[in-house]
Design a protein around this ligand. Sequence first.
Ligand SMILES: Nc1ncnc2c1ncn2[C@@H]1O[C@H](COP(=O)(O)OP(=O)(O)OP(=O)(O)O)[C@@H](O)[C@H]1O
Length: 150
Amino acid sequence: MSETLSSFIHAVEGFSEAIGKERNLKLHFAIGSFVLLISYVLELTANELLWLIFAVFSVIGMELLNTLVESIMDLYEIKPHPTVKFVKDVAAGIVLWYSLFAVVVGVIVLGRAMFGWSQSVGKLIALIFVLLFPTVSLIWRVVSSWRKRR
Ligand SMILES: Nc1ncnc2c1ncn2[C@@H]1O[C@H](COP(=O)(O)OP(=O)(O)OP(=O)(O)O)[C@@H](O)[C@H]1O
């Protein structure tokens, strides 16, 4: 067997193991397939289609990365550990962030094609996401430190 073919088989093995293990990965595949199937019946420009595909592949790629990080961390320390918690939480945050990106792309592309929405809707949602995260984390930190002091 050629080296390229065996690398490909290993990659497929990794993929199928990750899909079997991770419920979220199955969910992202299901949503991604649904969105791409819908794109067949909509009038999309080549650019819009490329953004949809980019969003779907990005979320699945980041979910695979998250699975990888979780497995490495479990190998490193299975018992509760603050660094493991931090690393796993940040890895989950990456998936969430890319999922929000996919939502924005979906709103802009599918919103226009299905409901005739203007770009302002997508722009507003993107702005809310970008503003929301630092704001919520700031409030969270203030409330946590206030509770600790009491
Ligand atoms: N060893 C650990 N020490 C501290 N916290 C941990 C540890 N393992 C898991 N956690 C916490 O539990 C959360 C879920 O981790 P877990 O490994 O169970 O992933 P999961 O349930 O498969 O998550 P996901 O839905 O992101 O795939 C982590 O984000 C982290 O906050």
